[in-house]
Design a protein around this ligand. Structure first.
Ligand code: HEM
Length: 126
């Protein structure tokens, strides 16, 4: 069946669940989530559904400050170009596996820009 664009909250949940399944198993990123941040997935996944629904579907349900969270995280573990490149590669790969369309392109651009800004801020605060 031809791939469709991301258009519903259900699509966002599929994207986010598939992405974090890959992240957890990834040798560069997995331990940051499971061992360093000890992420509570029941809490984290719905926040990510809201984050991407706000960006791609205009839902306005996400409230939070991802920049501060990642700056704090970078004090506990190295967050360099290596980790961000891996994150982006997995995210792009997941998008292409599941969907096709304008929101796929938009998600990639937004993720790239946010990642670049996060890395810049992490490097600036030292
Ligand atoms: C090196 C790459 C990255 C790593 C290792 C990473 C890791 C994490 C971790 C461990 C959390 C905290 C989860 C928790 O304790 O609840 C988190 C939260 C989050 N991340 Fe990332 N992240 C990365 C890149 C990104 C990028 C590029 C984006 C956006 C495009 C992003 C968006 C978010 C958001 C929205 C949250 C939720 C913050 C909140 O609770 O409001 N992350 N990330």
């Amino acid at each position: 069946m031809a791939k469709q664009d991301i258009t519903t909250r259900n699509d966002i949940e599929t994207l986010v669940n598939t992405f974090y399944d890959k992240v957890k198993r990834n040798p560069v990123l997995g331990y940051i989530f499971t061992d360093v941040a000890k992420v509570d997935w029941v809490h984290h996944l719905p926040r990510m559904y809201s984050f991407w629904s706000s960006i791609l579907l205009g839902e306005q349900s996400y409230q939070g400050n991802p920049m501060i969270k990642h700056i704090e995280l970078s004090r506990l573990t190295a967050l360099t170009d290596t980790e961000f490149s891996e994150w982006l590669q997995l995210f792009h790969e997941t998008l292409d596996e599941l969907f096709e369309g304008e929101n796929v392109a938009e998600a990639k651009v937004r993720a790239d820009n946010i990642a670049r800004l996060m890395l810049f801020k992490i490097q600036s605060v030292g």
